[in-house]
Design a protein around this ligand. Structure first.
Ligand code: A2P
Length: 317
């Protein structure tokens, strides 16, 4: 499997395990299975509300001698309610406590969106704060302090577009080391990948399979089904694999990280084994041709009457 290299030489496996939507009661077993199968890169977040159970699974994996802490690359993310600089350390410590770890390998600002401190979700605008109230540059300084304290090894962002990355880079002491965004052949984000490559920002593709298990409220009525896409089906046929594996291989082959979520042992195996598929140049070109800027997570779920954030301001400004 491809591995990506941070500026200091640290490595991360291209294929990791996503844990968004992995329910309590099943996520622990999924993480245990994944580690046994060979996953070493595990993507978590405070807001997924399952870090406790994942922490328990890590402890069991260590106790059983499956892996040691240094073998794993573990990511978590700062939720929107902790953007005030004085709250950032508190937030990472909550994730560290839940995950039963002394340090994270990577910590990301989850969204370029601020909530009022203490507000986890809000149905109306009052729970949000304009980003000018909690400038990303200030939140970032507090993220940098976590590196100095040894609480996290690397820091980055999630859901940032080029203008937002550019702005952050202007004031950052540590240039963001990772940008995690939605990405798959229908949303290749070639310009963003290029920008990240040019600035030595690594890139992780989330929802690489189209995030089909998210709640109805977050789904459009006429979403494309990538597993039924004729091009992906035909390339998958060429190799006798599932279209999901072509989606994962495509992301790995273009030099990004990719974090498919599964809680099913045979699909976990399939997904990791995608690394072994060899796509021809023609097949890569066919898959590249599917790009149409389509977002499964369109960002409209951040819009509120009289609020501060819109899909347009998120992705285009
Ligand atoms: P499950 O967890 O039951 O395996 P994403 O990573 O884009 O969020 O997509 C996750 C969804 O894709 C989940 O519904 C997950 O179901 C499903 N999935 C994961 N791997 C595969 C696979 N190899 N084949 C089919 N579906 C998969």
């Amino acid at each position: 499997m491809n591995r990506l290299t941070f500026r200091n030489g640290d490595k991360i496996d291209a294929i990791g395990l996503g844990t968004w939507k992995s329910e309590p009661g099943e996520v622990g077993q999924a993480v245990r299975d994944a580690i046994k199968i060979g996953y070493r890169h595990i993507d978590c977040a405070w807001i997924y509300q399952n870090e406790n159970e994942i922490g328990q699974a890590f402890q069991e994996a260590f106790a059983d001698g499956d892996v040691s802490r240094e073998d794993l690359f573990i990511t978590s993310k700062l939720w929107n309610s902790f953007h005030a600089p004085q709250d950032v350390e508190k937030a990472v410590r909550e994730s560290l406590d839940a995950l039963q770890l002394d340090y994270l390998d990577l910590y990301l600002i989850h969204w370029p969106i601020a909530h009022q401190p203490g507000v986890v979700f809000s149905e109306d605008a009052s729970g949000f704060a304009p980003i000018e109230d909690y400038p990303i540059a200030d939140t970032w300084k507090a993220m940098e302090a976590l590196v100095d304290k040894g609480l996290v090894k690397h820091i980055g962002v999630s859901n940032f577009n080029i203008p937002k990355l550019q702005k952050l880079i202007e004031t950052a002491k540590i240039i963001p080391e990772m940008n995690q965004v939605e990405s798959h052949p229908l949303l290749a984000q070639n310009d963003l990948v290029q920008f990240c490559n040019d600035n030595q920002v690594l890139y992780t593709a989330y929802s690489p399979l189209g995030s089909r298990d998210r709640s109805a409220g977050m789904k459009g009525s006429d979403e494309p089904d990538m597993f039924e896409n004729e091009v992906l089906k035909s390339v998958a046929n060429n190799h006798g694999v599932h279209p999901a594996q072509i989606l994962i291989k495509w992301a790995e082959a273009r030099g990004t990280c990719v974090i498919p979520k599964s809680v099913n042992p045979s699909r976990l195996k399939q997904n990791l084994a995608s690394a072994e598929i060899e796509l021809s140049e023609d097949e890569m070109n066919q898959v590249n041709g599917l790009d149409k800027g389509y977002r499964f997570l369109d960002g409209k779920f951040w819009e509120r009457d009289g609020g501060y954030y819109t899909a347009e301001s998120l992705w285009n400004n």
